[in-house]
Design a protein. Structure first.
Length: 368
């Protein structure tokens, strides 16, 4: 067999200056590939290899049903961990659809106001999803929507058009709270007192009324709470009469804090308001829970804000941190909480852990 001049590649026998283009027993031209295999990897037609060739080379024969080129690896089977994001999401979905294990329930109804005068920190999102998590795990929950925007009512798909009975009638006209409470669809033990746009004028209408700061407190006191474990009050982004009514009505305050600098600036004013209400209107009022929301782990600022809040408030801050999640924003547009919209999302899992922490604090809270 000849070779191509100057290259050392196999040449066509009898044609020293021509590259070999056909099949060769020694290999394909110039590349050293086996002559029976194209560049695409498909084997060309040819005589099968002798049986003793395989045995003498020490290679194992190709298992039946396996195509050539398949690598067969031997060894012990690899165990797949069940603690993966997909596995956790699947377990959360099962809990959301079938109900989880019953969590510890308080000895008496806990009334918690969710307040922060800064807008966009996740007050309504926190109220809705904590309520859904607690209800899915055996608790009986009532959400009082005290925000004129009515976003909590929207998230629960509770009708709250102008003119219908709502929390406005309870505050201004003195109607019983039981007359406006509605059950939330898809939950056996979750209820909502909706807010309408009429509530926007309640700030002015409450001014001339006697004991205007305690209108909601009297309505809650007259309501039969023996069949409830939690009442969560969602406040508007202000420190007006609506928020003051919520602070007077509840012995506990939950403050959601966005992990950004501006959230810390407004926190001082909120703490001052809580202290004023405690001094003059509600001696039993205390801040029981701080929840960090909208945490973005990609930024150093979020970690700094979280560390500063934990350093100041200590054990009041829940270990669970709510991350930024598109699913949390999408869920209300479908009239759902994130627990039913996408129970495997990062936001749903975070709120589930936060609600579990709140339930675990029932004994400590009752003992105060």
């Amino acid at each position: 067999m000849g070779t191509a001049p100057g290259l050392g590649w196999p040449g066509l026998p009898g044609s020293p200056g021509r590259l070999h283009s056909g099949r060769s027993d020694s290999g394909s031209p110039g590349l050293g590939w086996p002559g029976g295999v194209h560049a695409s990897g498909a084997r060309r037609a040819g005589p099968p290899p002798a049986a003793d060739d395989t045995q003498s080379s020490g290679a194992a024969p190709t298992p039946p049903g396996k195509g050539e080129g398949t690598v067969v690896m031997s060894g012990p089977p690899v165990e797949v961990s069940s603690d993966t994001p997909i596995a956790r999401a699947a377990r959360a979905a099962v809990v959301a659809r079938s109900g989880g294990q019953a969590w510890p329930r308080p000895s008496s109804c806990r009334i918690i106001t969710i307040a922060n005068q800064k807008g966009g920190v996740g007050k309504t999102t926190t109220a809705v999803n904590l309520a859904a998590c607690l209800a899915m795990n055996g608790a009986r929950v009532l959400v009082v929507d005290l925000d004129p925007q009515g976003n909590a009512s929207t998230a629960f798909d509770v009708d709250h058009h102008s003119g219908m009975s709502s929390i406005y009638d309870v505050l201004v006209d003195g109607q019983p709270l039981a007359g406006v409470v509605r059950q939330v669809g898809g939950f056996r033990q979750l209820y909502c007192a909706p807010a309408t746009i009429d509530l926007a004028g309640a700030e002015i209408e409450l001014v001339p009324l006697v004991a205007r700061e305690s209108r909601l407190a009297r309505a809650v006191a007259d309501y039969d709470v023996s069949n409830l474990d939690y009442i969560l009050i969602d406040c508007p982004p202000s420190l007006g009469l609506l928020t003051v009514n919520a602070l007077v009505a509840a012995p506990e305050v939950l403050i959601p804090i966005q992990c950004e600098y501006y959230a810390l600036e407004g926190l001082e004013q909120l703490l001052r308001t809580v202290e004023l209400v405690r001094s003059h209107l509600n001696l039993g009022l205390l801040i029981s829970t701080i929840l960090l929301t909208m945490y973005d782990g990609r930024t150093r600022l979020a970690s700094q804000v979280a560390d500063e809040v934990r350093g100041h408030f200590g054990e009041l801050v829940l270990n669970s941190v709510i991350p930024r999640s598109v699913r949390l924003s999408e869920a209300p547009s479908y009239g759902q909480s994130v627990m039913t919209y996408d129970p495997g999302s990062s936001g749903a899992l975070a709120y589930l852990e936060a609600a579990r922490e709140m339930a675990a604090r029932n004994t400590r809270t009752a003992g105060r």
